[in-house]
Write a protein that binds this ligand. Structure first.
Ligand code: HEM
Length: 236
């Protein structure tokens, strides 16, 4: 069997080291798993506290997808409310509050400030997505901010969509963006199609507030309990 850990490049250097493997595992865990986990758990908490929004999304999923077939990526274009709900969750939680740190590979200037080579640059995603200058009531959860007056999702070129930078910008932006958005749609639409999320029995679930998320490179929602009630076929 081929042992890639023993292979070397033309200069005799081992090209896949233990450090590389550790880095890849860490990337998959932090970049792929922790981000998606936080987004999905936040959506579940928010839905449990907003039964009317949840019914509205279920109506969309019932009309567009129905209860018999599994949601597909091709359904996304016909589910603007579900898409807007996902975008608003990502904005609201901004769960990579400082993106990922970068260093300048050469001396440059940004906004009139000189930046020397190797200077570490930290951009503030949290402020970008909670600034009152750019968002109406930034600490209110309003998926409709991404919809036009006909209930259609603004195109990606619309100024409001362009302000949403949760996956970063430029050549070091998130390589998992398309994957994350499409899987989140499939997950959420399947959940809405098959279950109704409600508060735990005999307990009141506190309102979801992104300001109380567990701190870290990737913010995580506080632990919470909900109930999933299985929907019967074709009920609404
Ligand atoms: C809701 C889900 C996700 C969010 C909000 C998110 C957000 C981000 C952000 C903000 C960055 C840094 C961008 C920058 O510094 O400019 C990033 C980088 C990255 N993301 Fe994601 N991400 C998500 C899901 C994923 C998934 C599912 C994967 C892989 C399957 C992934 C893989 C990566 C990798 C490898 C990088 C580093 C890219 C580089 O440095 O060149 N992400 N992500």
């Amino acid at each position: 069997m081929r042992d890639v850990m023993k292979e070397t490049d033309r200069d005799g250097n081992q090209w896949l080291t233990k450090e590389n493997v550790k880095g890849i595992i860490y990337d998959l865990y932090a970049a792929g798993y922790r981000t998606t986990r936080a987004a999905i758990l936040s959506m579940i908490h928010i839905l449990a506290k907003r039964p009317e929004s949840q019914r509205d999304l279920q109506r969309e999923v019932d009309t567009v997808i129905g209860s018999d077939k599994e949601p597909r990526l091709s359904d996304r274009g016909d589910c603007p409310r579900t898409e807007a709900f996902i975008l608003e969750t990502l904005r609201y939680i901004s769960h990579l509050p400082l993106f990922v740190f970068h260093a300048a590979s050469q001396s440059t200037s940004i906004g009139g400030y000189d930046v020397e080579k190797d200077t570490v640059i930290v951009a503030n995603s949290w402020t970008i997505h909670h600034s009152e200058k750019y968002w109406d009531e930034p600490f209110s959860f309003k998926p409709e901010r991404f919809l036009d007056s006909n209930g259609q999702l603004f195109p990606a070129t619309h100024p409001i969509r362009k302000r949403l930078l949760v996956f970063g910008l430029g050549k070091r932006s998130c390589i998992g963006e398309v994957f994350a958005k499409s899987r989140t749609f499939l997950f959420l639409s399947t959940l809405l199609q098959n279950t109704t999320i409600i508060e735990p029995e005999g307990k009141s679930l506190i309102e979801f507030d992104p300001r109380t998320m567990v701190p870290g490179l990737v913010l995580q929602p506080q632990p919470f309990e909900v109930r999933f009630v299985v929907r019967s076929k074709r009920n609404s």
